[in-house]
Design a protein around this ligand. Structure first.
Ligand SMILES: *Cc1c(COP(=O)(O)O)cnc(C)c1O
Length: 458
């Protein structure tokens, strides 16, 4: 599809609908002269060049990529109307689109019934899940792994709940012995499991924790903001991911997933799903302003946020019309990402100037320059990140840094001198399917930089 053509078609079609209401004159106060607009716009385009090339396979650093063109057109079309998905008064069409798209998300996880909605972000989705957790398990705290997103600790603070960090094992997954010891104290009402940590893409053993739920009377929330869409390729195949943790999500109490990460959407699109539709009662409130056009349950009645972009629902719905969240559609976009990660992990294992930090669970690869001390690992990592970015565009390569403790390195069999307590290591999110084609090149460039910065060959 040609993005430019469909963007103007979107503007024309919305204009056609608007004309049905008859012409009217825009107020002079909002008028902008074309020359002035052109000048300001060219300033903007100039300013936007100050960005990293998230769209290009050379960019294999943070979890960032542009939306699918279908999402861009879907977003623009609705944005020109600017519906508000808080209530049906604000946007009946996009509220319906939201319900359908969320239903597809629930289908992806396999929830037999659910209550759910889109949110502005994974942060808000997690906040809502923890808010409901506080209401169902009053006076008890939240356990999450030390590698869980920092948002859980912060949102516990916001909600006035105690948060309990649980250590991780040598694969970055929650240590279940430590969890169980904590559960025995009775202080924990909710366990947050991460299906794909933001740092290294580690997947907590959701299926094993489920077995503890009844014994300790806890609620289980899965933070799958990043990893949720890997459910589509969770089939234990050579280019899939482990099935057991993902298959267990449908039996948990709630899940967060971010369509603005692996769901091809622009920012402003998270989602939260609850297994028990009855939790809707915790959101109950009266509004003197809204809720007049229908007696049906409004999205605003099951969400903590008020105004939300109907355009985000429109973008997601249109994308899912073409690339639904099924193994045969969106799954075929995730598989090459997974293959890229596995291929890079193999290349790293065969290369003497770098060491794999740990095997990837999803599509995030973590590795480190070979060096005799933690401080050297840190120095070389920093040089590689900086020099990769500083190279001219046709030679540039973007990788990210991730901070680990000397203990975490030792836990993974690293045997250098722990002269400082922490180091940065190299981290790449391979979240574009094109990465599969580029991964050999990326590896070659990174090894060149690592060697140039003085990594020691074994
Ligand atoms: C990205 C992420 C979040 C935060 O979501 P936002 O959409 O950035 O607010 C929370 N948890 C995990 C595991 C994430 O990857």
């Amino acid at each position: 599809m040609d993005l430019r053509e469909w963007l103007s078609t979107a503007a024309e079609e919305i204009g056609r609908w608007q004309l049905e209401y008859g012409p009217f004159d825009s107020h002079g106060s909002t008028a902008v002269d074309d020359d002035e607009f052109g000048a300001a716009f060219s300033k903007l385009v100039g300013r936007l060049r100050d960005n990293y090339p998230f769209f290009h396979p050379r960019y294999a650093a943070q979890m960032l990529k542009p939306p699918h063109p279908a999402a861009a057109v879907g977003y623009l079309a609705a944005m020109l109307i600017n519906p508000n998905n808080h209530a049906l008064d604000g946007g009946p069409a996009t509220a319906a689109l939201e319900r359908e798209a969320v239903d597809q998300l629930a289908g992806m996880f396999g929830f037999p019934e659910y209550l759910g909605h889109l949110t502005t972000s994974g942060t808000i989705a997690n906040l809502e899940a923890l808010f409901v957790a506080r209401e169902t398990h009053p006076g008890r705290g939240v356990a999450h792994s030390v590698d869980a997103h920092f948002t859980h600790q912060r949102m516990c603070h916001v909600l006035g709940m105690e948060s309990y960090p649980v250590p991780t094992d040598a694969l970055g997954r929650m240590n279940l012995d430590a969890l169980e010891a904590l559960l025995r104290t009775g202080r924990v009402g909710t366990v947050v499991l991460t299906a794909g940590t933001t740092g290294i893409g580690a997947v907590d053993p959701v299926h094993e924790v489920l077995a503890l739920r009844e014994r300790y009377g806890v609620r289980i929330h899965v933070d799958a903001a990043y990893g949720g869409f890997f459910s589509l390729i969770a089939d234990d195949s050579a280019d899939g991911v482990a099935s057991a943790p993902f298959a267990a999500i449908k039996s948990c109490d709630s899940v967060t997933v971010d369509p603005h990460k692996h769901g091809l959407q622009p920012y402003g699109c998270g989602a939260v799903l609850f297994a028990d539709p009855g939790v809707g009662k915790f959101y109950k409130h009266d509004s003197p302003y809204t809720y007049f056009t229908s007696t049906e349950l409004h999205l605003g009645e099951i969400s903590l946020e008020c105004s939300r972009a109907g355009a985000a629902a429109s973008a997601l719905w249109l994308t899912f019309q073409l690339i639904p969240p099924t193994p045969d559609a969106l799954g075929t976009i995730l598989r090459p990402c997974r293959r890229a990660a596995l291929r890079w992990a193999d290349l790293i294992s065969d290369e003497e100037s770098v060491d794999l930090y740990q095997p990837p669970d999803l599509d995030v690869v973590t590795f480190l320059p070979r060096a005799g001390s933690v401080s050297e690992v840190d120095r070389i990592t920093n040089a590689v990140v900086a020099e990769g970015m500083a190279a001219p565009p046709k030679d540039a390569v973007y990788v990210a840094a991730y901070s680990v403790t000397a203990q975490a390195l030792a836990d993974r069999g690293w045997r250098g001198v722990a002269d400082v307590p922490k180091s940065r290591i190299l981290r790449s999110s391979l979240m574009k399917p094109e990465d599969e084609v580029w991964v050999d090149y990326l590896h070659g460039r990174v090894v060149e930089l690592v060697r140039g910065a003085g990594a020691v060959a074994a």
